[in-house]
Design a protein around this ligand. Structure first.
Ligand SMILES: Nc1ncnc2c1ncn2[C@@H]1O[C@H](COP(=O)(O)OP(=O)(O)OP(=O)(O)O)[C@@H](O)[C@H]1O
Ligand SMILES: [Mg+2]
Length: 267
């Protein structure tokens, strides 16, 4: 059965679109049929991260308004064949999404795909509400900063109150991804640790992603970082496996530095 996974956050700019792109590739690489949908109306950039911006003809609003059919708007990735992408429109009107039309779209996608990944916009306006409404599972991306963690707490409350599942007395599965971890700062006590974040949010962890300069270069070249062998690629692959229900140990990001490796040798 198809699963709708919404990637969301409290604060903007914490890495939702990057996570969406990489997890979409990761799931598709396992042979699952995956569609990544950009709900960030007006500010699309998931297309850039996936390297598909030059192939956009129609967008999600065109589909909803009947200007084209779904297959005309879906872009099939050339490298990972079971990955599809549905771009956001560049409309300035953020309230253009209509509940009934979004419902029809999600139902149509559910017939055809194993995983539907919804990349939600920053903030808690219209696009966000539509993206969380249909979630079976929400991946809440935080960076290890107090402001990011606090704002995501609010978002978690909204998911519990306003999703379709909540309205039917069911629960949306929620997981935390901690992104842009700088182990050396955590070690110095200058950045929240994983335990700090989890004690505030009290939700299960599904991913730890280190700060990784390759993320930026990957966006510039339009090839998601998961295709490389950089540390964040391993993190995204592991998140993918955990979504599939496989028990993968968490990366030991806090122990990485040279000093720590030496300490381990002398233990
Ligand atoms: N693990 C990482 N290491 C280094 N840079 C990262 C990492 N994750 C994301 N970034 C960078 O952070 C910036 C924001 O990422 P992204 O666009 O994915 O965030 P977002 O939450 O989707 O933002 P918005 O709320 O505006 O939609 C980008 O420049 C991206 O390259
Ligand atoms: Mg984004």
């Amino acid at each position: 059965m198809a699963e709708v996974i919404t990637i969301t956050s409290g604060k903007g700019g914490v890495g939702k679109s990057t996570c969406t792109a990489n997890i979409a590739v990761g799931l598709a690489q396992t042979g699952k049929k995956v569609v990544a949908v950009d709900f960030d109306i007006g500010l699309r950039n998931l297309d850039m991260i996936l390297g598909l911006e030059n192939r956009i003809v129609y967008d999600v609003i065109d589909v909803m308004e009947g200007k084209c059919n779904l297959n005309q708007a879906l872009i099939n990735d050339k490298k990972t064949k079971t990955l599809y992408f549905l771009p956001a429109s560049q409309s300035k009107d953020k309230n253009i999404l209509d509940k009934e039309k979004v419902k029809n779209l999600i139902e149509a996608l559910k017939k055809d795909f194993d995983y539907i990944l919804l990349d939600s916009p920053a903030g808690i306006e219209s696009g966000f509400e539509h993206a969380i409404f249909w979630a079976d599972r929400a991946l809440v991306v935080v960076t290890p900063e107090v402001s990011s963690v606090r704002d995501s707490d609010r978002v978690i409350g909204i998911i519990d109150a306003k999703s379709d599942k909540a309205r039917n007395n069911q629960e949306v599965q929620k997981h935390i991804i901690i992104n842009r971890i700088k182990p050396e700062l955590v070690a110095k006590g200058e950045m929240l640790s994983t335990d700090d974040v989890l004690s505030i949010l009290a939700l299960p962890l599904i991913g730890l992603v280190p700060e990784d300069s390759r993320v930026v270069s990957a966006t510039n070249t339009g090839e998601p970082v998961i295709y490389t062998n950089s540390p964040s690629a391993t993190s995204y692959k592991n998140i993918t496996q955990r979504i599939l229900g496989n028990n993968v140990p968490f990366e030991d990001l806090h122990q990485k530095g040279i000093l720590n490796s030496l300490k381990r040798l002398f233990r």
